[in-house]
Design a protein around this ligand. Sequence first.
Ligand code: NOJ
Length: 971
Amino acid sequence: MAFWLECLTSFKRLHFKMRLKLTHLGRIVGITVSLASCLTLIKTVEAVKKEDFKTCSQSGFCRRNRAYADDALAQPSFKSPYIILKDSVKLGDSKVYAEVKNTETDVLLTLDLFILQDNTARIRINEKNPIKPRYDDHAQFTIANQLIDSSVHKTSRAKDGVITILLDNTNKRKVIITSEPLRIEFIVDEKPIVSLNDRGFFNFEHLRTKESHKPKMVEKTNDEGAIELVEAESEKDLWEESFKTWTDPKPNGPESFGLDVSFHGFSHVYGIPEHSSSLSLKETKGGEGSYDEPYRLYNTDVFEYAADTPMSLYGAVPFMVAHQKDMSAGVFFMNPAETWIDIVKTKPEQKNTAQKAFSFGKKVEDTKSTQTHWMTEAGVLDLFVFLGPSTKDILRQYHAITGTPSMPQMFAIGYHQSRWNYINQRDVLEVDSQFDKHDIPYDVIWLDIEYTDEKKYFTWDIPKFPDAIKMEEELEHKGRKLVTIIDPHIKRDDNYHICQTAKDNGYFVQQPSGGDYEAWCWPGQSSWVDFSSPAAREWWKSEFGFDKFKGTRENVHIWNDMNEPSVFNGPEITMQKEMIHYGKWEHRVLHNLYSVLTHYSTAEGIKERTKVAQRPFVLSRGFYAGTQRYGPIWTGDNMVDWESLYYTNPMILSNSIAGISFSGADVPGFFGNPSPELLVRWYQAAVFQPFFRGHAHIDTKRREPYLLDEPYRSITRASLRERYALLPYWYTLFFEAHKTGVPMMRPMFMEFPEDEALFTTEDQFMLGSGMLVKPVTSEGTFAAEIYFPGDQPWYDTQTFEKIQHNGYKTVEAPIEKVPAYYRGGHIIPRRERARRSTSGMKLDPFTLVIALDNKGQAHGELYLDDGETYDFESGAYVRTQFIYNNGVLTSKNLHEDPSSDAATKYAASIKDVRIERIRLLGVEQPEHIHVVHPDATRTPVSFEYSVATGYLTIKDPKTLVSQGGWRIEIQ
Ligand code: NOJ
C-alpha cells in the first residue's frame, strides 16, 4: 500500500523507489509490481510539481532584496545609502579602488573596478572587514584566461568626486562613477548604455553574528489600535529558513546582495539559461504576458518541467546580453550561488525612478529600457560588463574570460542513439545492426544506469554485459562509440571500492556536524563526491584509467547525469545548503559550480586515460559558466509533446547566447510515446541543433528510427543523412565557435542585428551565417511562415528554388520537408555519400554548395582535421576559404602556418580528398567550365544545368581540398 501511495506522491520518487523496489524488493521479497498499472495511476498526477520548488517569497534573500527594491520604488525621496568615501579613492593605471560605506549601518565595502582590454570592465564589491572571508574561490574555475588590462584608458576625478575612466582614446566609451549615492554608468557615444545602482537597489548584507545583530524594528498598529514596535518583515529567515519539511540552519546568517543593472534604450535582453522560456526574456513584475516570479538560477532536477516559466532548471549561466538596433551590451555576474533576476521594461514615456537623478550621458533619449535586478544569496559581487558593440563581439569578450568551447571529436556531432536502457550486450549489438540493416547512420550508442551492478558506477552488471570489451570492439569495428553513464552520487556500500576509497580519504561532501553527507539517489543510500576538493578531483580522474574502469576501452566516453546535484530526498530535490565542501565552505556558496566541477573532472579523466590524448566526450546535465570548455549539455527530461519540441529552439538559442553552444534536447522527448508525425518533425529540427541524441524514458516504447513504418522511416533516414551531409559545415562552425565563441546555432538577430522584426524571433534561427532554418513544431502543419531578412536571395536546401523576398512568406512544408535555406552569398561544404558513421566519411570527397548573392558572389570556409586528437592545436589541420566572384571559384589557404610540419603532414594524409561536385545556385546557364590546376593546365569539366531553378551542377572538377592554387572558371 505504502508503495502505491509513494507512486502517486511523486513521479520522481517513483523513478527511484520503483527501480529500487522492483529490482531489489521484487527480487528479494518476491513482490511483483505491475509497472503498467502504476503508470496508469501516475498519468492522473499533475506534471511539474511547482510546489517542490521555491518561489522568490519562499527564498528569504530573494524576498528581502525584492522588498528592498519595492521600498525604494515606493518612496519618492528614496536615496541609496551607499556612498563612496572620497578620501579612500585610489586611481591606478587600469583600476579604480574605493571604499563604499553603507550610511545606515556604517559597514564598509571595497569597490574595485578594472578596465580590461576589448571593451570589458570588471567590478568587484566585497566587505572591507568581514568577520570571516566570503566565498571567492570559484573564480579559479570560471576564469579560463589571464585577464589583460586595457592599455588605453585615462582616469580622472572631478571636484565633486565624480570619477571618469576613458575606455579608449577616442573618448567614445567611458565609465563614470558617482559617489553619493554610488552609481556606475557606462557611456558610449555620449549615450548611457548600462548603469549600476541606477535605481538604488544595491544592497549588500554584511556578515554578522547573531548576538551582534540588532533587528530592524518598525511600527505596527496592533489589534487594539495601539502602535507598537515589531521586527521588520526583512528580519524573517535571517538565521533559519524553512521550506516544506526542511529547515536550513543558515549558520552564517544573512549574506546576500542585490544590484540593479539598467540597459538604456534596450527593449530586449537574452541569455541567463536554463529556463524553458522565450528567447527574448520576459518581464517578471507585471506587464502583459509577464511572469510573476523572477528568473531563477539554481541548478535543479525539475521533474516533467513545464514550458514557459522562469523556474530554474538543470543549469545556470548568470550572463545576459541586451541588444538594440545599433549595439549590444552584456553583463556576467560571476557567482555560483543561488541567484534570482527580475526584469522590468520601462515604456518610453516613463521616467524611471526617484533614484535616477541624472545621467552623465548627454543624449538621454526617452526610449524603452530594460531594468534588471540581480539577487544572489552569498559570496562576493563580481561583475563583468561588456560593451560589444555587436553581439558577436560580446561573445568574444565573454569567452575571453570564461574560455571558448572545446573542439569536439567528429563523432560527437553525428547522431547518438540512447535509451534508458539497452538491457544487455545482445540488445546493444542488435540495435547497432538494425541501424545498418536499414541504412541509417549513427555514431554512438548509450548505456544508462541499468548497465551497472546495482547503480555502482564504474562497475558492470556482469550477467547482462558479460564481455563489454568485446561489445565495444564490435562497435569499434564499425567506427562507432559507446557512452556509459557515471553519476556523482556513490552508493553507500562497504564492498564497493569507489565508496570505500572516497570514504577513507574524505572525498565526500560532509555534514556540518562531521561525517559523510548521505541521502538518496538511484542506488538508494548514497554520498556525493566533493568535486571542489583538489584531491577528490584527482582521484575521480584516475578512476577512468583503463586499469581501473574495467570493461572500457578507447571508444568509450561518458555521460554525467544528476550533477545539479540531484538528491531525491533533499530540499528542492537537491543538496541541503548547509552541507560542507572542501575548505569548510557551505554548499550554498558554490551550488551551481558543482555541475561544472563534475563535468571537468570526468572530461580530464577521459582525456588523460589514452596514450595519445583524445578530445574527451562527456555529456553533462548540470551546467554553469565555463561548462563550454568540457563538453555538451542537454536540456534534460523534456516531455514528448509539440510544445516541448517548440521550446527546444528558444532553449538551445538561449544556451548558445550564454556560451553553452554545444547543446541539444532529448529527441523526440523523454517522457511519453511520440506519434510518428511528432517523431519525424523532432528529428528534422534536431538535424540543425548542435547536440543530436535520441533518448527515452525507461517506460516508453522502443522508438529507434528503424522501427518506424513507412513513409516515416524513410523521412527520418533522410533527415539523419542530411545531418551527416552537413557535418563539414557543422564542423567548420564548431571550429569557429572554438576560436571566437560565436555559436553554431544563432538567433536571427545575431546575423541581422538591424532588423527589429527579428528581435523576438525564436522559432527560426541561423546555422552559422549561411543557413536559415524554421523547423515545423506544431501538429498537422504543412506550411510555414518564414521571415526572410535582408535583401539577398535565399535558396531552398531541398529544391534549390530561389527565394528573393524580404519579410514574411508562407512556404509549403509537407511532412518530408523541413524548411531550411542557404543564404545568398555563402558557400556551404557538404559530404553527400551515405555512410554508416562519421569514421567512414574521413576520406570522402566534398560537395560545395555555392549560393550566389545578387552580385553573383559568395564565400565560405572548410575546416578539417583528424577529428580525434589535439594535433590540430599544433597545426595539423586544413582551413580553406572558397571565394566565388565574376564566374571564378578560387580557394585561399587560411592556415596560420601552412608550411609547418604538422600542416604538411596532415595535408598529406588527406591528399587525395577532392571536391567531387559543385552546386551553383542562382546562376545563368554557362557555355563552358574549366578547371585551371595549380600547374596552370586547363581542363574542361562537365556540368548539368536546370533551367527551371537556375541551378548548375559541376561534376568532378578533380580539385583537391588540401591543395590551393586551383580555380574553376564558369563562362
Ligand atoms: C535522468 C536523466 O535526465 C535521464 O536522461 C536518464 O535517463 C535518467 N536520469 C536515468 O539515468
